[in-house]
Design a protein around this ligand. Sequence first.
Ligand code: S3P
Length: 169
Amino acid sequence: MGKGNIVLCGFMGCGKTSIGKRVAKLIGQEFCDLDKYIEKKEGMTVSAIFQQYGEKGFRQRENQAVREVARRQDLVVACGGGTVLFPENVVALHEGGGTILYLQVPLAALQERLKADTQRPLLQKPNRREVIAQLYEKRCPLYEAAADRVVMAGAPAVVVAKEIGRMFL
Ligand code: S3P
């Protein structure tokens, strides 16, 4: 695999953060969670950014964060669930030689994992299972298109992280 950042993308709840942290540890690279990066920079939570500036305001901040993080070469990056839906983000992430991995998890597992979530603004709706199903259908082809590789990620984070770690050691 090429050098550069290892970038994890995929649906909310697919394990980008928990798997990413473990991959970083396994291969001795620094971990960067894009949402946390934005929160630190803005001094606000993602929820508060959505509330105050709307999704558009969040996406602008996310794009700026992507461009900053993509300049680095030595990171394991956990994207947000929407990051690679925007072609300019994919271009920026690839430019530094980053490899994008799509963590694919079946819809039913995601619905189960996300059923009690209170942090993700897009899911704070009464018909959550349906919202997730619709977003999933729309987004899956875009994750696939953005990714250099698809990783089946339904297994526990430790297992998936080891598999990814092996690709980069
Ligand atoms: C989003 C996913 C979130 C966060 C924001 C928008 C999305 O990240 O960036 O709430 O559009 O799917 P996680 O995938 O880490 O929850």
